[in-house]
Design a binder for this molecule. Structure first.
Ligand SMILES: Cc1ncc(C[n+]2csc(CCOP(=O)(O)OP(=O)(O)O)c2C)c(N)n1
Length: 264
């Protein structure tokens, strides 16, 4: 079945009413229809068309779009962060994924569940003071880590950050390795020599160890992708950044470096 996708860019840009504030809107243009490629078994195949585009023309694949806006502004010397919107909206109904088969959905859920269980145990160990150093958790963000890592192929590269231990599970690290790493055991990936999440595997799992310096993983993965391209390989290179990390210089240096490559 094929129908036409049409998106309507938002006409109204955010206004700060002359105040030193910025507004991020989660509202997106109206979706009239989506292109669906259905195979004989009813499941979708091939590349999906985005359901909509944002006002900058960037494809938006989200199935649900919450109706809220976030505003941050300085008032009387204090920084305020406010979320306004429709918080009474009903929870979306459970339904089959538009993008994944049932088997893939279950596989993803299993990874997310393992991620949740492992980090809950890690949190408990931290509270028992059995963890050496600090601990960073991705509880509540399992879908982001696990689904994105699942989308990669074997030859692709990944540079997880502190919240992405779920991605490392998907990439082939065992929960026991993460636990031993956090407790600085000899059986840990760094044999107890480095702290917490600082382990990776550039030989078999194509996984760069999480980089402490926020934003620095972006130029690193851009470099990996460029290196692969120079060797004639067509790969994806994935990393993650939070809103804090996003305000560092290396984030933008990395994005710029990637964007100016020919063909990007
Ligand atoms: C360049 C740099 N500055 C500060 C830190 C210390 N630091 C580690 S995690 C963190 C917070 C990161 O926030 P964000 O990027 O929003 O990710 P989140 O913790 O929300 O997942 C900070 C400031 C750092 N690692 N690197």
């Amino acid at each position: 079945m094929k129908s036409k996708t049409e998106t309507k860019p938002s006409q109204k840009s955010a206004s700060n009413n002359g105040k030193d504030s910025k507004t991020t809107s989660a509202k997106v243009p109206v979706v009239k229809a989506a292109v669906v490629h259905a195979s004989s078994n009813g499941m979708k195949s091939g590349a999906m068309e985005p359901l909509r585009k944002n006002p900058h023309g960037i494809p938006d694949y989200r199935a649900e779009v919450p109706n809220f806006t976030t505003t941050d502004e300085w008032i009387d010397g204090k920084y305020h962060y406010t979320v306004k919107g429709d918080f009474d909206a009903p929870v979306p109904a459970i339904r089959e994924s538009k993008y994944l088969t049932k088997e893939k959905s279950i596989e993803l859920y299993r990874w997310m569940w393992l991620n949740r269980k492992m980090e809950t145990a890690l949190e408990n160990l931290f509270k028992q003071q059995k963890v050496i150093g600090g601990v960073y958790l991705g509880l509540g963000q399992e879908g982001c880590s696990c689904a994105s890592a699942m989308a990669l192929g074997k030859g692709d590269w990944i540079a997880p950050m502190i919240r992405n231990q779920g991605a490392m599970l998907v990439r082939g690290f065992r929960p026991a390795e993460t636990m031993m790493q956090y407790m600085a055991k000899a059986g840990a990936p760094t044999k107890g020599r480095d702290s917490g999440s600082h382990y990776g595997d550039v030989h078999e799992k194509n996984c760069v160890a999480p980089i402490s310096h926020l934003g620095d993983s972006i130029p690193v993965v851009a470099g990996i992708a460029l290196g692969a391209r120079l060797q004639g390989h067509n790969i994806a290179a994935l990393t993650y950044v939070g809103d804090g990390g996003q305000s560092t210089g290396p984030s933008y240096e990395g994005f710029n470096f990637a964007c100016v490559q020919p063909g990007v």
